[in-house]
Ligand binder design. Structure first.
Ligand code: ADP
Ligand code: MG
Length: 434
């Protein structure tokens, strides 16, 4: 047992023959988790009980990954995929890893909030859908050093979830095929390559009645959110086809939602593409140390423009739509699934929000909604006259109908009101560029 630091962690190590043994390991901390009860609880229970390590020695490895596998995501095959396909490739490319098999909601988040040795990893690998990426981003931002770590600890995704909008958007940006088999093959190739490079993806500040978080993909309310949440029960049987069935059912039982939407038009200049870095040249800790940016620790310091807090009134620079809605869907990336792009002009690093909504008064009958949902597959939905779209830098949504879901990156939020603001913050993912 080495003793290189103040903190001790207990981990279950996987020996070459697959046997699980408990091992005491020492952890040097360059990045500081918050000292709260959630962090302590995670360190003592969930994080430890399901952590495995690759058998290749850390000293000779090209780099080190923290892997999260959600065994229940999508059709439930992610653990099998990791063991049979991904782990052998990581081993042959001399990439070391710690594996966390998630046991439920917020497991990954609590591991990332409390991990005392996060800076020693080069990257994070996720086998799940957008939901686990959302958890990972917010786990990192739950740390005292979260704003420093997020841009310097790239994430790689092997699509095992039923919704993989982030990965599809990254692949699309490099011109890769979005046929399911091709997506999987390319994702494995990218995730296990020792020559992987980074790609920045804009993140946005979300304020709800209960607090703050980050998002990178979508904010939904109305029919799109209902479809996403109500079709979760078909995740295992239908995979991503759950959205099609959910869409048909919801269109036939069409609901409307009273609410107030306020937004600010996007006026900032488009952001420059930042230079990619080689993921295995340095670990996260070294990248944090090299960053020259002035330290900022709060969301407002990253906002592209000043906005009031959610509980404060808005001034007349905001456009207000107070009406009966059928759909409200805001996206920040091109793809919400492997279907045609939802926001064809969205770019990975660009921080504009592509907002779309449908008002009840503009729709003649429910067939038009079916037409809207099927048009998304071919990216023709924005041509429909009743679909309003606008690029914004901030919006506030105040639903007045009870019982409606608000989703962020496909996850349901425990809130009525929500405000989202463009920022200069970004996360980092594995680039798909050849
Ligand atoms: P999918 O696309 O299939 O919905 P996601 O990655 O979006 O996959 O994950 C769905 C949710 O599952 C996330 O909110 C995550 O916290 C949760 N989760 C993680 N591990 C487990 C588990 N072992 N059992 C059930 N849910 C889990
Ligand atoms: Mg999901």
């Amino acid at each position: 047992m080495r003793d290189v630091g103040r903190h001790q962690t207990t981990q279950l190590a996987c020996t070459a023959n697959g046997l699980l043994v408990a091992e005491m390991g020492a952890a040097f901390s360059c990045c500081t988790p918050p000292e709260n009860s959630l962090a302590e609880e995670a360190a003592n229970t969930t994080a430890i009980s399901s952590t495995l390590q690759s058998s290749s020695p850390r000293e000779t490895a090209r780099g080190r990954l923290l892997v999260f596998v959600n065994p229940h995501s999508g059709k439930g095959k992610s653990l099998q995929t990791f063991r049979k396909v991904v782990a052998p490739l990581l081993d042959s490319n001399n990439l070391n890893y710690d594996l966390v098999i998630t046991t439920g909601r917020d497991h990954a988040k609590s591991v990332l909030i409390s991990h005392e040795d996060l800076g020693s990893f080069n990257a994070i690998l996720i086998l799940s859908g957008d939901g686990l990426v959302f958890e990972a981003v917010n786990g990192i931002l739950g740390r005292g050093d979260g704003f420093k770590i997020l841009p310097t600890l790239p994430m790689s995704i092997i699509p095992s979830g039923s919704g993989n909008g982030l990965l599809c958007s990254v692949l699309h940006a490099s011109g890769a095929s979005l046929k399911p088999k091709k997506i999987h093959e390319r994702a494995v190739e990218i995730a296990t390559s020792g020559r992987a490079k980074s790609q920045n993806v804009a993140v946005f500040h979300v304020e709800t009645d209960r607090g703050h978080c980050a998002c990178f993909l979508s904010i939904g309310w109305g029919i799109m959110a209902d479809i996403d949440i109500e079709s979760e029960k078909w995740r295992k049987t239908l995979g991503s086809n759950r959205f099609t069935l959910g869409g048909i059912i919801r269109s036939l039982k069409l609901r409307t939602y009273r609410g107030k939407l306020s937004y600010r038009h996007y006026t900032s200049k488009e952001r420059k593409q930042s230079e990619p870095y080689h993921i295995y040249d340095q670990n996260c800790c070294d990248r944090v140390a090299k960053r020259e940016e002035k330290r900022k620790d709060t969301w407002p310091e990253y906002h592209v423009e000043e906005v009031p807090e959610l509980h404060e009134p808005l001034d007349e620079s905001w456009t207000v739509v107070d009406d009966e809605f059928i759909s409200f869907y805001a996206v920040t990336l091109s793809h919400i699934s492997s279907d045609g792009p939802y926001a064809p002009t969205a770019k990975l690093e660009d921080n504009r929000i592509h907002l779309t909504y449908i008002l009840k008064k503009d729709v003649k009958n429910r067939m038009e909604i079916i037409k809207f949902l099927t048009a998304i597959e071919n990216a023709k939905h924005l041509d429909l006259p009743f679909v309003k779209s606008v690029e914004v830098s901030a919006f506030r949504l105040e639903p007045q109908t009870g019982g409606s879901y608000v989703t962020v990156d496909g996850e349901v939020m425990d809130t009525t009101n929500i405000q989202v603001t463009s920022t200069t913050m970004h996360m980092s993912v594995f680039s798909a560029a050849k």
